[in-house]
Design a protein around this ligand. Structure first.
Ligand code: GCU
Length: 331
């Protein structure tokens, strides 16, 4: 009895200490730390700056969001772990590495689930999208919104990827997600997880032969300086997700939660406009820098990954994928 009481007290003290570290509040002034992995000229970072400014405006300076970009607080996985213990208030991650915390998230890393950007946004804004956003609450990760992260495609250093057979023998960097590893392996390559911050060097030194990402991230990370073939096979649409630790969220007043959510929703609209521009610009810039942009036959890739759907039979992702594929499908 006494020892369980002691454990309870220690736990409460730890939670309190972590909360203090992530969110300092002095006389109605709350500072929320937010970390992410992308560079400061990336459209996602620009949207987060917009969010932080709107939060300050709406709350008349009572809430301040301090942004730590460029993975200076750790990898996306590490930042999610910091949210879980309450020592970081907010983060923006890709939904791929989130699947280790929230298994339902793997639907986003399954290839060719979405037909196009319109289908993807219809699903994100539907009940399915909303439910997925809060599916991580039980593990202390509450989603506030999705940001557009477009479609991901392969890029390679030595030779172009025109068909899945071109992936044979190639080490392709993926995010820390079992589904992404399996996708590359099913296509014939060797899926190799490397953190985003270490990827430029890994490509440059031949640790991996290629990677996969959306056009703005390919360009802003400068991976195109090393990888001169970009093959727009668009295998996945993996949204970015803005997360807040439930330790922090639950301590905010109703009014503060409304301010945060409103600022977030407005930043989503802004980010979608930025995203379209950044995608066009990125493709133009990488072409100008000598990248060979290839438009392969996507059906060769989508047919090859068909067996992946059967492999998740019996898991929640299977039914979700079925529902998603039916949504807005032409009759
Ligand atoms: C995208 C995504 C990032 C992620 C990156 C990656 O750019 O927006 O959150 O870190 O992909 O491939 O690691």
């Amino acid at each position: 009895m006494a020892s369980s009481l002691r454990i309870g007290v220690v736990f409460l003290l730890a939670v309190f200490a972590f909360f203090q570290a992530s969110c300092s509040s002095e006389q109605e002034h709350t500072v929320l730390k937010m970390g992410h992995a992308l560079p400061t000229d990336h459209p996602v970072h620009e949207a987060i700056v917009f969010f932080a400014n709107r939060v300050a405006e709406l709350s008349s300076g009572k809430i301040q969001v301090d942004i730590y970009p460029g993975a200076q607080l750790g990898s996306e996985r590490e930042m999610m772990e910091l949210l879980q213990i309450g020592s970081l208030a907010m983060t923006k991650v890709s939904s791929s590495p989130m699947e280790s915390f929230v298994p339902e998230m793997k639907v986003f890393s399954m290839p060719y689930v979405f037909r196009d950007s319109e289908h993807y946004w219809t699903v994100l804004n539907s009940e399915i999208g909303r439910d997925l956003l809060t599916a991580g609450e039980s593990v202390r990760l509450r989603g506030l919104a999705y940001y557009d992260a477009g479609a991901r495609s392969f890029y390679s250093v030595k030779k172009p990827i025109q068909t899945p057979s071109d992936l044979a023998g190639l080490k392709i960097r993926v995010q820390k997600s079992q589904t992404s590893i399996r996708m590359v392996n099913t296509l014939g390559g060797a899926g190799t997880p490397v953190s985003f911050g270490e990827l430029y060097t890994a490509l440059d030194q031949g640790v991996v032969d290629g990677a996969e990402n959306n056009p703005p991230s390919f360009e802003k990370s400068r991976h195109y300086e090393v990888a001169k073939y970009y093959s727009l096979n668009e295998h996945t649409y993996v949204p970015d997700i803005v997360l807040i630790s439930t330790y922090v969220w639950d301590r905010l007043s109703d009014q503060e939660q409304v301010w945060l959510q409103q600022a977030m929703d407005e930043s989503v609209e802004y980010q979608r406009v930025l995203w379209t521009e950044a995608t066009e610009q990125a493709l133009q810039r990488v072409r100008e820098a000598g990248v060979n942009v290839i438009y392969p036959d996507k059906t060769l890739f989508s047919e090859k990954v068909e067996p992946m759907y059967e492999s998740v039979k019996g898991q929640p992702a299977y039914d979700l994928i079925k529902k998603i594929k039916k949504m807005g499908a032409p009759r």
